[in-house]
Design a protein. Structure first.
Length: 379
């Protein structure tokens, strides 16, 4: 699930010599031979055109990591297993976790109308926050229009000419919601499913209204610090990636051909609580393992989070509250989330018991098969 799925697409392209880099490198780990299919999948992603891939695993044998391709197409520097990267919509699981913690504390109810906390904010062209609950925001059944689908927004922030003029713009959450309110809803609340980043912009605004603190502070206080996620941050308007990190690349076009551009530096306020976070593979694995094992939520709230609806248009997947349940070809269920933002595609998943977890990142947004990496690791 990406911030701008029309632009961030995975498809097969021919690897150019400019992107050729060092062979796959993997750190030694107990049971490493069991990850041969995962190695092949990340190598295949590079062959498809992704500049570089980094992946990490935690299972019964311990930890394992591997990289392929390059982190910098200019210098040929390889990717690192310790790379920090933009995780896009994986942010949504963190946001949903905080809201469910607030529910466990009795400060909100999932059945609260959005209007209870954000009076008058969800209005316009048929949108009405009085008939939309917090649960509908978190499981994408609200019908609220996705602001990233707005054509003018796409031209301004995702296509080449607009991106280079506006990559450092700061947008407030209220401005992002206002874009959505300029369109008709996708459907009546609760009657269907459609992935909408606007839902999680609103969820972040609700967290601030309930707690009196920005959602980023609540994520840091409730999740990042307790779990000691040293590679994880909510950057706000900071345009750079912390080190260690690789460069991020995009075609900045609705095509997989043509030149690639370095899009590492950008103001992530255009994604806000729908997708602005930065993390690394080790931290994402620790987070999802802790979440699924019940370390972050009481049993009732975790059950709510894992109660899914059909993710229309996404085969073999259900969507809970900021958490996806995916059934792989071998029948294994993995829980987690995908994320995409300029030049970065990520996935982080774990089995329901938290014993086997994977996190992977591509530093290009136009090629590669993320699903094949998951299939390689779990099947």
């Amino acid at each position: 699930m990406s911030v701008r799925t029309a632009v961030v697409g995975a498809t097969v392209v021919v690897l150019s010599s400019a992107l050729a880099g060092p062979a796959l490198a993997a750190g030694p780990a107990q049971g490493a031979d069991g990850h041969a299919a995962t190695r092949r999948a990340i190598e295949a992603a590079v062959a498809d055109g992704v500049p570089g891939v980094t992946a990490g695993v935690r299972d019964a044998h311990g930890t394992w990591s591997a990289t392929a391709g390059v982190g910098d197409t200019r210098t040929g520097a390889p990717r690192s297993a310790a790379d920090r990267y933009r995780v896009g919509s994986i942010t949504k699981t963190f946001v949903a976790t905080v809201l469910l913690q607030l529910e466990a504390e009795g400060r909100v109810s999932l059945d609260d109308p959005v209007d209870t906390w954000l009076p008058g904010v969800v209005r316009g062209h048929g949108h009405d926050g009085r008939g939309i609950t917090l649960r509908m925001l978190l499981n994408h059944t609200s019908g609220i229009y996705d602001y990233t689908a707005d054509e003018a927004f796409g031209r301004t922030y995702f296509l080449k000419d607009g991106f280079f003029r506006h990559r450092y713009d700061t947008l407030a959450p209220s401005e992002l919601v206002a874009i959505a309110m300029g369109h008709r809803p996708d459907f009546a609340p609760g009657t269907s499913w459609n992935y909408s980043n606007t839902n999680y912009i609103l969820a972040g605004m609700v967290i601030e209204r309930v707690t009196g603190r920005p959602y980023a502070e609540e994520i840091d206080r409730r999740i990042v610090r307790p779990l000691k996620l040293t590679g994880t941050s909510v950057p706000g308007t900071r345009v750079s990636l912390p080190r260690p990190s690789s460069r991020a690349y995009s075609k900045l076009a609705q095509t997989t051909t043509g030149p690639s551009y370095d899009v590492t530096r950008l103001n992530p306020s255009i994604a806000s609580s729908a997708g602005e976070m930065i993390s690394d593979s080790s931290d994402l694995i620790r987070f999802y393992r802790a979440l699924l094992r019940g370390d972050l939520l009481p049993a009732r709230q975790l059950k709510e989070m894992k109660t899914t609806v059909e993710a229309v248009g996404t085969p073999n997947a259900g969507y809970g509250l900021g958490l996806m349940d995916r059934t792989l070809s071998c029948g294994v269920h993995v829980w987690g989330h995908d994320g995409g933002i300029h030049g970065s595609g990520s996935s982080a998943v774990t089995t329901a018991d938290g014993r086997h977890a994977l996190a992977v990142n591509f530093n290009g947004d136009w090629a590669g098969n993320m699903e094949a990496v998951l299939e390689g690791e779990f099947c």
